[in-house]
Write a protein that binds this ligand. Structure first.
Ligand code: TMP
Length: 239
């Protein structure tokens, strides 16, 4: 499969049209941004890690019955995915308070929830991805009731699968962001990526952050953290 026209360039990925109408090629970049693009940088090798990690995790989810956009990995940075129209919702699942949840509600980072918490934002960069509730989502016609119900069920199931997978790697899955898309027949599938850019992953023993918070918060050791989390995944799969 070949990259034809560049359809879209986001902060961390480029998306290309291919010779097949229902297939796209995603190319992962090393560019990193935070705070809606206010902070910019490069995480050397990130594109390769995010591509490979996202693909492995999506294959794992597929095996567990979750439909995803993943088709085939072409090379270090490029993957063929199913073409979808993205549902403009950022779906955030949290197991432990951190980041914007801790800030907004004054809850200490690290507070473990009794059950997972789902939160939705309106995927809209010019508005800064504002938090919204399901009435807002319906008023804005972002998704139907049935789609929202499907997305919630899938997000919770994905959390269960990923939480136990990362636990086997000695990693605590604190929270993560998902995006879903619609196929041409309306079927909802998981899209975008699952990577250290989009998840909070803490070493289960030391609590060390092995994700993009090292970049967001200037903690140092960013590349090492990405390499370490990838190493955990690869060594799990080799066992
Ligand atoms: P938050 O605590 O900053 O709202 O982030 C929650 C999770 O979502 C965290 O794992 C990082 C991820 N995330 C993204 O993938 N993209 C974003 O633009 C933001 C703000 C968070």
């Amino acid at each position: 499969m070949k990259k034809l026209k560049l359809l879209y360039e986001g902060k961390a990925k480029k998306v290309y049209q291919t010779e097949m109408a229902q297939r796209l090629i995603v190319e992962y970049k090393d560019d990193a941004t935070a705070f809606n693009g206010l902070k910019k940088g490069t995480i050397v090798g990130k594109g390769i890690i995010n591509n490979k990690m996202s693909n492995r995790l999506m294959q794992r989810l597929e095996d567990a019955g979750i439909p995803t956009h993943f088709v085939t990995e072409l090379n270090d940075r490029e993957t063929v995915v199913q073409r979808v129209s993205i549902v403009p919702l950022e779906v955030i699942v949290r197991n432990i308070a951190a980041g914007s949840f801790s800030m907004r509600y004054g809850v200490e980072e690290g507070t473990v929830f009794e059950q997972p918490t789902i939160e939705f934002s309106y995927k809209n960069d010019s508005l800064g991805d504002p938090l919204l509730n399901m009435d807002h989502a319906k008023a804005l016609k972002l998704a139907t009731d049935a789609e929202i119900a499907t997305i919630r069920t899938m997000a919770l199931r994905i959390n269960e699968i990923l939480k136990s997978f990362w636990a086997e790697c000695g990693v605590t899955l604190v929270d993560f962001k998902l995006e879903f898309g619609r196929l041409s027949d309306g079927t909802i599938i998981l899209a975008d990526e699952i990577s250290p850019d989009t998840c909070r992953l803490w070493d289960a023993k030391t609590g060390d952050k092995l994700d993009k918070d090292r970049f967001r918060r200037d903690l140092g050791g960013v590349e090492d953290a990405y390499a370490e989390i990838m190493r955990r995944l690869v060594s799990h799969d080799e066992k």
